[in-house]
Design a protein around this ligand. Structure first.
Ligand SMILES: Cc1cc2nc3c(=O)[nH]c(=O)nc-3n(C[C@H](O)[C@H](O)[C@H](O)COP(=O)(O)OP(=O)(O)OC[C@H]3O[C@@H](n4cnc5c(N)ncnc54)[C@H](O)[C@@H]3O)c2cc1C
Length: 367
């Protein structure tokens, strides 16, 4: 048997776990090293803002692995020795592998700021789970002032969502660039600008933040802004662990179009933790989702000695920002759609995806 070690239960690996029978029949013994739960980012802002209940986006990875006959090792990856092909887990287990695949997601890129450990980070998502609790605590006194740092998609989602909470006195959105939502089509950006204004969000652009403390942030021009809770949403980077392992850097594990490490045929990396060498990919869930079937085919092809498939990223992807209070913004390329319709579409897509990986859910059709 060929030992396959999947590290992280990201989108691509969830797909592979569900098809373990095919891999086992081909000659793989499949191991999964991951935390017990996977939290789905598509509903993370709504959960963090208290608009959806906390279990809505959660997948029980241990149960899923059990149902599909995968050997599950609860924990995280600590180190690997690529020469002996042994991985060491946070629980101290030593797992040997013939083929290793990494799908461990991303962390927030602090972009050179000094950030106090008490400041919440949008990734890993565990950082966001505390937000609702913190807000409720602050609300017991006088109502919270919240600063969201970073005016990209996640920062916009969070700021607009939080602004409809009654227990928040003020939401501030701080961005270093000249506008928030710089990647959005201009009409969509204006529409969000009107929404933020109508909800009373204090948008500060051109503020390069130097440090964020527990109670205030300080910009490079010395301006200080107080808060009760701060959330860092300044973009995503690959986990520092990859550099420690000698497999990559903050841009990710360098992979070829086959999703294999540039120098090591037996190591794959997918989703946010990979750096796709044929061309940079944004850190969005669609790539992990679409890379799952490529990894599955690749694993089968390598045992049969066939040519390995390559990942062909979509040129444009649909993204839907949940803006709270029943509205969302859907964007695909220069096309955009604002209102309650995009939110219904988002909830439909999210629910369908989550159902796929919950016990008893339908087995998805291959893409
Ligand atoms: C608040 C927020 C909202 C977002 N909304 C959207 C959205 O609506 N649509 C969209 O396309 N993108 C969205 N994104 C981006 C999206 O989260 C990522 O692009 C996507 O999750 C990447 O998927 P992945 O499979 O690479 O990794 P992840 O989904 O992050 O999964 C990685 C898994 O690996 C585990 N792990 C981490 N370290 C280790 C380790 N050392 N060992 C073992 N396991 C480990 C983690 O616990 C996690 O379960 C959002 C991001 C944020 C922060």
């Amino acid at each position: 048997m060929t030992a396959l070690l999947l590290v992280g239960a990201g989108h691509a690996h969830l797909h592979v776990v569900q098809r373990t029978d095919e891999l086992a029949a081909a000659g793989y013994r499949v191991h999964l090293l991951a935390p017990r739960h996977f939290d789905y980012s598509g509903v993370a802002s709504a959960i963090a803002a208290g608009a959806l209940s906390s279990g809505v986006g959660r997948i029980n990875v241990r149960e899923l692995a059990g149902v599909h006959g995968v050997e599950f090792h609860e924990g995280t990856l600590e180190s690997i020795d690529p020469e002996t092909r042994i991985a060491v887990t946070s629980e101290g287990a030593h797992l040997s592998y013939d083929v290793l695949s990494l799908n461990i997601g991303s962390v927030v890129d602090p972009c050179g700021m000094r950030v106090h450990p008490a400041v919440l980070r949008v990734k890993p998502l565990s950082g966001l789970t505390d937000l609702d609790v913190r807000l409720r605590e602050s609300a017991r006194h006088s109502g919270a002032t919240v600063t969201v740092v970073g005016g990209g998609a996640t920062g916009l989602e969070l700021a607009s969502h939080l602004a409809v909470r009654r227990d928040i006195v003020q939401v501030r959105l701080v961005e270093s660039g000249p506008v928030v939502g710089a990647d959005l089509p201009i009409g969509a950006r204006r529409r969000i600008g009107r929404l933020l204004a109508a909800r009373g969000v204090d948008v500060r652009t051109g503020c390069v933040v130097r440090e964020i403390n527990q109670r205030q942030l300080v910009c490079s021009d010395g301006t200080a802004m107080p808060h009760d809770v701060a959330v860092l949403a300044t973009g995503l980077a690959a986990p520092p662990l990859l550099a420690e392992l000698g497999l990559g850097n903050e841009n990710g594990v360098p992979v070829r179009a086959t999703l294999q490490h540039v120098d090591r045929d037996e190591i794959y990396a997918l989703g946010d933790c990979a750096r796709f060498l044929p061309g940079p990919l944004p850190r969005i869930g669609v790539h992990g989702v679409r890379q799952g079937p490529v990894l599955q085919r690749s694993l089968l092809a390598r045992l049969r000695g066939e040519p390995l498939p390559v990942y062909d990223p979509p040129r444009r992807a649909l993204s839907i920002l949940d803006l709270g209070d029943g509205v969302a913004l859907a964007v695909r390329g220069r096309w955009w759609w604002y209102g309650s319709g995009p939110l219904r579409l988002k909830r439909f897509i999210d629910r369908r995806w989550l159902r796929t990986y919950r016990e008893g859910g339908p087995t998805p059709r291959p893409e």
